[in-house]
Write a protein of this length. Structure first.
Length: 411
């Protein structure tokens, strides 16, 4: 890294190896992925080999790949992933070089495949049960930020892989009125928290979008590391046109729901909530549209379930809170959602489940507002830390998908 004027998208590779073998001279690009939807990290490494060096390593899979790069000022991004798959191809006919793409994954993936859980968690809070399984099988620390209700008196995990067991526990109890528990791995640790907690606790640096950089040369030199290089809106998992900020289909389905639960021990319906409008995440403009007319019948999304009161009290299961939890999740997934690219110098400390404050430019022709109405703090759902050792314009960047509740976007 050159000392002098700021170079926000440049990085310095400090260390890169597979096992004991250094790879800095072979690497073309390196990416690490984190998400609130997966309990392990993933990675992709591209190599260019002119001397048949990689082939002579005799790689079989599972070898540790240790990486470390920095963006100056002591900010280092480092870790270890493991080789999952290696593909080689000749880039052009007649050249002796071989291009390799290595798929990498966290150690937790292999541990999950090698173990089965056979345990009883009678009367234990769900968060404590998940913490017990995690601590027994996985080496990373787990931050338990939500406990959930008790699992009942006869909750047994029978020969399930650890991640499957944790997922089974995660879906069983009541996590609160808008509880959607997320068990995932960030770049430092594992976390168990609800969507509501992640949204409410989102905190991070401010990134700035400008129509033109360089007008104020001194100020722009300082702010360049927090520049928004690109920002694309996203709805239902796909990138959209600039004017389309979200999708309302799922919100409409969850705005009015019913909820019925049949108790197999008592052989009768113990919960029978008619289709009603829900308030969690459905307010302001969305409420005025979706609430008009009130709806009827079975609502936009029926919810039916069975419960055994001999094992678990109804208040401790997810059934009573499921409609409002579904409405909150729909508000998150279909609210203001963006894919954002920022320089590595500003984004090196970002985390999945963390936050980023986006200062977006207003629509063209809006001379009254200095920033868009969609500016504000967002929770990061997925993120990629990336560097490329070639002469492209943006050599090292953080690319992340972020969202916030529809309540914030429409009120």
């Amino acid at each position: 890294m050159t000392v002098g004027l700021p170079q926000p998208t440049k990085c310095r590779v400090r260390f890169l190896s597979i096992g004991p073998v250094r790879l800095e001279e072979l690497v073309i690009s390196f990416k690490v992925f984190g998400s609130i939807h997966t309990p392990y990290l993933k990675g992709v490494m591209e190599l260019m080999d002119h001397t048949n060096f990689v082939e002579n390593l005799g790689l079989v899979g599972g070898e540790p790949v240790t990486y470390s790069w920095d963006a100056g000022e002591g900010r280092v991004f480092s870790g270890t992933l493991y080789l999952l798959n290696l593909k080689g191809e000749q880039p052009e006919p007649g050249l002796r070089a071989q291009r390799y793409t290595a798929e990498l994954i966290g150690k937790e993936f292999f541990i999950d495949k090698q173990n089965h859980v056979q345990q009883s968690f009678a009367g234990m809070p769900a968060g404590a049960a998940i913490g017990k399984i995690h601590g027994q099988y996985f080496p990373t620390s787990l931050s338990v930020e939500a406990q959930g209700s008790s699992l009942g008196q006869q909750f047994i995990i029978s020969s399930q892989p650890p991640f499957t067991a944790i997922d089974q526990i995660r879906k069983t109890p009541n996590w609160g009125s808008t509880g959607n528990p997320m068990y995932f791995r960030d770049f430092d640790r594992s976390r168990l928290a609800t969507l509501e907690q992640l949204i409410a606790g989102a905190n991070g640096p401010r990134f700035i979008q400008k129509a033109t950089w360089g007008v104020d040369w001194v100020r722009d030199q300082v702010e360049a590391q927090f520049a928004i290089i690109a920002c694309v809106s996203k709805a239902q998992g796909a990138c959209q046109a600039v004017a389309q900020r979200g999708a309302m289909a799922d919100i409409a389905a969850t705005a009015i729901q019913e909820n019925k639960v049949f108790d197999i021990r008592q052989k009768r319906v113990v919960l029978n909530q008619a289709a009603t409008k829900l308030g969690a995440g459905i307010t302001g403009f969305a409420s005025s549209i979706l609430g008009a007319g009130g709806g009827g019948g079975h609502g936009g999304q029926p919810n039916y379930g069975t419960n055994d009161s001999g094992r678990t009290n109804l208040s401790q299961t997810s059934f009573p809170s499921h409609p409002s939890a579904a409405a909150y999740a729909a508000g998150i997934g279909n609210g203001a959602t963006f894919i954002v690219k920022v320089p590595i110098q500003g984004g090196i400390d970002l985390q999945p489940g963390g936050g980023a404050d986006l200062r977006l430019v207003p629509p063209v022709g809006d001379l009254e507002a200095r920033t868009s109405a969609f500016s504000g703090m967002y929770m990061i759902t997925d993120i990629c830390m990336s560097f490329s050792l070639d002469e492209r314009t943006f050599q090292a960047v953080s690319i992340f998908s972020c969202t916030r509740n529809v309540r914030s976007a429409l009120d």
